[in-house]
Design a protein around this ligand. Structure first.
Ligand code: ZN
Length: 195
């Protein structure tokens, strides 16, 4: 049976910048200008990327649903449960990408004003699964900080922390964003609370 879980779902050839960033329309335009790109092309790349990701994930979801039924027929309850949680994760991931698409609308309303204390509280409310590049399946994901094929990272959505048993490190949502994006604490808080 095909392994429909944990496969690479990001297309190659597009920069991380357009792939994983959480930039809204204005930020993409600004960044494109900095890089000397035509902003309309940058926006189109971002939109195409998100649509591609959604289509690919929907396809994987279709496989997972088929697998789930096959496992059910075969009476393999563990494999079936694995499919069920993978389906939930792909569903959640698709919603995230759909939300990212709405941020490209010209009338998308940008960040509200708030003081830093409120912003930190708000930042910590963001699900840790949201910022991880790969889906979290039954509390595990591949660690983005080393070449990981073994789902070395344990994720507690309740506690909002991720621990990699290979890197031997634990991050909260703000720490993860700092490391993933190479930015400082205040920038990470702003990153998590914009929109
Ligand atoms: Zn690691």
């Amino acid at each position: 049976m095909r392994n429909s879980v944990g496969l690479e779902i990001r297309p190659k050839g597009l920069s991380e910048f357009f792939g994983l960033g959480r930039m809204d329309r204005d930020e993409i335009i600004k960044k494109a200008e900095e890089l000397g790109l035509d902003p309309s092309i940058a926006l189109k790349m971002r939109k195409d990327y998100l649509n591609y990701a959604i289509t690919t994930m929907r396809m994987r979801l279709g496989y997972l649903v088929e697998d789930k039924w096959e496992y059910q027929k075969a009476g393999d309850t563990i494999a079936k449960a694995f499919c069920v949680s993978a389906i939930e994760e792909y569903d959640a991931q698709i919603k995230i990408y759909q939300w990212e698409l709405t941020k490209l609308n010209p009338d998308y309303n940008k960040a509200r004003r708030a003081d830093l204390g409120d912003l930190i509280t708000e930042a910590k409310r963001v699900s840790i699964a949201y910022v991880l590049p790969n889906p979290v399946i039954r509390g595990r994901t591949t660690c983005p900080f080393h070449d990981d094929k073994r789902y070395s990272m344990a994720v507690s959505k309740e506690k909002g922390i991720a621990t990699c048993f290979h890197c031997n490190e634990t991050w909260d949502v703000i720490g993860l964003v700092m490391r993933l994006q190479g930015i400082d604490f205040a920038q990470a808080v702003r990153y998590l609370t914009r929109g």
